[in-house]
Write a protein that binds this ligand. Structure first.
Ligand SMILES: Cc1cc2nc3c(=O)[nH]c(=O)nc-3n(C[C@H](O)[C@H](O)[C@H](O)COP(=O)(O)O)c2cc1C
Length: 297
């Protein structure tokens, strides 16, 4: 099993407020922040300052700032399935719930979930409680998020600063200019903008333009170890895994997450072996049959 995993805590996490970061000292914790709207007075963003300070005090080593979520995309599947706050009961999801009585009673009888990282802030605004805070998390994106905020955050955050959601080579260069330590080439798992390019298509251009100036991470669509290998070959230093481990979680809980990760790891090992590489740091475009540089160089 991977010896060292890196976890990202969501700012709007239901289950893992930032104070619990210290509970996993063996694994570095990154803090994933979306900039909420309505808290800025033009000079100071009280909630962000408070939360960033808490994340640092709790031992988070890097701040990931999500830059591709200035507003929520039109997520047609969510609209269709009633995934909103409060959730809309459709015939299909009512049937789904009835067919899983153990899960349903676990949710009903279990501990009430809250957005622990922002609960105190929301209580002050009379928006405490799961439903009200869920509504807040759903509605509060900052459409004014800009490069100025990156500069501001760079001054505020002493650890590594990572911009998540970059698909453009010039943006990658600008992130480096402003002192970000890394970017995540991400299209938010294809959840934000229909017709956005796939990240694997965007990656080589970004790596060519800025790979020597800023660390490049990659996500959106990693489902196997071979996907990881291809991303490394095209210039990523590491990959983030979203839904692949959530599918494991949904199927088998914690054991399912471990299973999903070990599958990815063994696929990566086999793919490395069969392409003749021994070390992830040595993976290059040469292992790809029709790589971008050959086509464009
Ligand atoms: C249920 C769910 C919730 C997510 N919430 C956030 C979030 O709050 N902030 C964020 O930056 N990305 C969020 N993402 C996107 C992931 O961080 C990641 O970019 C994406 O899932 C990667 O693609 P993959 O799922 O194909 O691996 C979410 C993804 C999923 C599936």
């Amino acid at each position: 099993m991977f010896k060292r995993l890196t976890f990202a805590l969501l700012m709007a996490a239901l289950a893992a407020p930032v104070a619990r970061a210290q509970a996993w000292p063996q694994h570095p914790i990154k803090f994933l922040m979306t900039a909420p709207a309505g808290n800025s007075n033009g000079h100071g963003r009280t909630l962000e300052v408070e939360i960033v300070t808490r994340a640092h005090a709790a031992g988070c080593t890097a701040l990931f700032v999500t830059v591709d979520l200035p507003m929520r995309g039109q997520r047609h599947a969510d609209l269709r399935n009633g995934l909103e706050v409060p959730p809309r009961l459709t015939f299909r999801n009512a049937l789904d719930i009835m067919m899983k009585p153990a899960w349903a009673s676990g949710i009903l009888m279990g501990k009430r979930k809250t957005f622990g990282n922002v609960e105190a802030f929301l209580k002050k605004r009379n928006q405490g409680g799961a439903l009200a805070s869920g509504r807040w998390a759903n509605d509060n994106y900052d459409p004014t998020l800009s490069w100025t905020d990156v500069t501001w955050l760079r001054k505020l955050w002493p650890g590594k600063l990572v911009l998540k959601g970059v698909l453009d080579a010039d943006d990658a260069k600008r992130a480096a200019d402003l002192g970000a330590d890394a970017i995540v080439v991400s299209n938010h798992g294809g959840r934000q903008l229909d017709s956005a390019p796939s990240t694997i298509a965007a990656l080589p251009r970004i790596a060519d333009a800025a790979g020597d100036r800023i660390e490049i991470l990659f996500d959106s669509g990693i489902r196997s170890g071979q996907d990881v290998l291809k991303a490394l070959a095209l210039g990523a230093r590491g990959c983030l895994i979203g839904r692949a481990q959530l599918y494991g979680l949904a199927a088998m809980g914690g054991a399912g997450v471990a299973k999903a990760l070990s599958l990815i790891e063994s696929e990566l090992k086999v793919s490395m072996s069969l392409t003749g590489v021994r070390d992830v740091a040595q993976v290059s475009r040469d292992i790809l049959f029709d790589d971008y540089s050959r086509r464009n160089g």
